[in-house]
Write a protein that binds this ligand. Structure first.
Ligand SMILES: O=C(O)[C@H](O)[C@@H](O)[C@H](O)[C@H](O)COP(=O)(O)O
Length: 254
């Protein structure tokens, strides 16, 4: 697992724009090397702001969007098209504005979908989808090229919350989350082992309210107490912060 690196940007808008540029380069380089690239998307304001910046960036046209595989780190278990679904927000922010291959956009099931109002079934189906696309036999999921994640005030990431059943999950790659402290209460989420199967993990957050969790995560907190601390990439782990969220962290200032 890679050691986390913190990069601090002047403010949230520059963080989103710089991360969008970073993502274009990561995808273009991966496509040049391997023909296709895989990206795990996240919900939340910061993750969505990055996608909005990416949509507006002229450099977006350097990406062959038809050869990007899109996954989600978590999903709010809400009906298809619901404005609060992470999928809906990603489509509005970016996916509906670039020439993605619809067959390569892997959304997590919704309660009005083929598995019905059963988040455990939706989680199991997504785990099967990941296993069918496994890169190698070391883990039943793709080695995601870039896994984008947000960070909560108490240190959650995806929908993995402190001292929750999900943070203790070591066997499954995807789980249902109930009684989630952040609404809506029912979600589907990658587990930390699945997240750690990524080549790169980028945790992105802004605001004073996140500073304590960021400092704790980078200061050695356990993943059970602070799940974002357990989000590491095989090759690289980046904490992409604005100055307020990074106020407790010594880092390169971008
Ligand atoms: O479904 C969700 O809400 C996200 O997946 C969640 O993990 C989010 O990324 C964090 O809560 C940070 O959200 P903000 O960036 O809005 O603070």
């Amino acid at each position: 697992m890679s050691r986390p690196e913190a990069i601090i940007h002047r403010d949230g808008e520059l963080l989103a724009a710089a991360t969008a540029a970073r993502l274009v380069t990561a995808i273009v380089d991966t496509q040049a090397a391997r023909g296709a690239a895989s990206v795990v998307l996240t919900g939340g304001r910061t993750g969505t702001a990055v996608l909005e910046q990416l949509r507006a960036a002229p450099a977006r046209d350097a990406v062959d969007w038809s050869r990007v595989d899109f996954y989600w780190g978590d999903e709010r278990f809400l009906p298809s098209g619901h404005p609060d679904r992470n999928e809906t927000q990603a489509r509005v922010a970016l996916l509906d504005h670039v020439a993605v291959d619809p067959d390569r956009v892997y959304a997590m099931a919704a309660p009005d979908g083929e598995f019905g109002d059963d988040p455990e079934a939706a989680a199991a189906a997504y785990a099967e989808l990941l296993a069918a696309r496994a890169t190698d036999d070391t883990y039943p999921a793709p080695v995601f090229d870039v896994c984008l994640l947000g960070v909560g005030e108490e240190g959650h990431t995806a929908s993995v919350f402190p001292d929750s059943p999900a943070v203790h999950e070591t066997g499954r790659s995807v789980v249902a989350v109930r009684d989630c402290p952040k609404p809506p209460p029912i979600r589907v989420s990658l587990t930390l082992p699945a997240i750690r199967n990524s080549a790169q993990v980028w945790l992105m957050t802004t605001g004073e309210a996140k500073a304590e969790a960021v400092a704790a995560a980078l200061g050695g907190a356990s993943e059970v107490a602070l799940p974002a601390a357990g989000a590491r990439g095989r090759r690289r782990t980046l904490w992409l912060l604005d100055r307020t969220a990074g106020s407790g962290v010594p880092a390169h200032s971008a």
